[in-house]
Design a binder for this molecule. Structure first.
Ligand code: DAH
Length: 353
């Protein structure tokens, strides 16, 4: 029977125990980050690590015990290496699958939305008139014949009342989608005595085939000023101020006679083409002018219809399409872009306030 000196026996016994402990320990290893994993590698596999220490001890193992102990040691070394590799792979996978939360990483920037170009332009129009003392007024989009047509002096057989032009909400009723924001005039005048100075932005609807230059809904801003001795000169001055503020100090305006049922006299206003500066270009069809709005002195019939004494008060009104103004500002060639919500289009207005 082979007997070993006590000391040697004890050493091998301790070594085998240690190897078994380490094997159990390594089996349980976990790492939540790269640094932790590196610390584990150093603890077990580096030159001064646990396994290297055992290798040192191994030198003094008796020759006849070397085979068995050596095998155990190799097994330990391989298992440790395999475990470290496994943990490394796990960490990398967690990172790429997004499960891994790295609290030290720079935060993702929030993707901030942008204002719609029509909101930007609508606000700008209201702000300019706001500086002249106009207040914002709003009204419903679902309206009745009185507020949209009758009160505004439309003759009973006016073509705008035709279903071809107007969307009726229920067949056979006079409930309809407003075709212009002039209806807000009536709503305010019915409730308020002059002086009235309002600017009314909003959406309007018309029964039009959708194309690059027409849509079944669009946006308007209506303006109304009622007071004593309000004259056409006041109207012209307000509109000139608006044109210069909106399109630049060098902008000129011209008024051409026109007709609207609710104003008398009525006019259409052009501004000098903001692309060619009035010299003439394809955009202004070589006229040097582009039309931007309709306006006029409020017809006395309208004032009386709304309970305002036309013998005492007079006023002016104007109305413009926000899409039209936005087109002039940004040269948007296709009206449909405004309602398609394509972020590639909308993002272009990111810098505007
Ligand atoms: N309501 C008209 C339209 O939709 C625009 C308009 C023209 C409004 C002249 C006015 C005005 O107040 O005076 O085409």
């Amino acid at each position: 029977m082979l007997t070993l000196p006590d000391e040697k026996f004890k050493m091998i016994f301790d070594m085998i125990n240690k190897i078994n402990d380490l094997l159990a320990e390594i089996n349980q290893l976990k790492a939540t980050g790269k640094d932790e994993l590196e610390a584990l590698r150093i603890k077990y596999l580096s030159k001064k690590g646990e396994i290297a220490l055992l290798m040192n001890d191994f030198r003094s193992v008796a020759a006849e015990q070397k085979r068995e102990t050596g095998q155990k040691l190799n097994e330990l070394k391989e298992k440790a290496q395999a475990k470290i590799n496994e943990l490394k792979e796990l960490l990398e996978n967690q990172r790429s699958s997004g499960d891994f939360v790295d609290l030290t990483r720079t935060a993702y920037p929030y993707s901030v939305g942008t204002r719609h170009p029509l909101s930007i332009v609508g606000k700008e129009i209201c702000d300019i008139f706001g500086r002249l003392g106009f207040n914002i007024a709003e009204g419903p989009e679902i309206e009745d014949d009185w507020h949209v047509f009758s009160s505004l002096n439309f003759a009973p057989d006016h073509p705008a009342r035709d279903m071809q032009d107007t969307f009726f909400v229920a067949y056979g009723t006079d409930i309809l989608l407003r075709t212009h924001t002039s209806s807000v005039q009536t709503r305010v005048m019915e409730k308020t005595q002059p002086p009235i100075r309002i600017i009314c932005p909003g959406r309007v609807y018309r029964n039009e085939a959708i194309s690059y230059r027409a849509h079944c809904f669009f946006h308007q801003v209506e303006g109304l000023y009622i007071g004593k001795n309000v004259s056409f000169a006041d109207l012209k001055q307000a509109l000139l101020f608006f044109a210069k503020e909106m399109f630049g100090a060098g902008t000129k305006i011209r008024l051409r006679p026109s007709f609207f049922p609710f104003t008398e006299p009525s006019a259409e206003m052009d501004i000098s083409c903001n692309l060619c500066g009035g010299k003439g270009c394809p955009f202004c069809k070589h006229t040097g002018w582009v039309e931007i709005l309709g306006c006029g002195m409020v017809d006395p019939n309208v004032l009386d219809n709304c309970g305002i004494d036309s013998q005492i008060y007079s006023g002016y009104a104007f109305g413009m399409g926000i899409e039209r103004i936005a087109n002039l500002k940004y040269q948007v060639k296709d009206l449909r872009l405004f309602s398609e919500n394509d972020v590639r289009f909308l993002r272009q207005f990111e810098s505007a306030t």
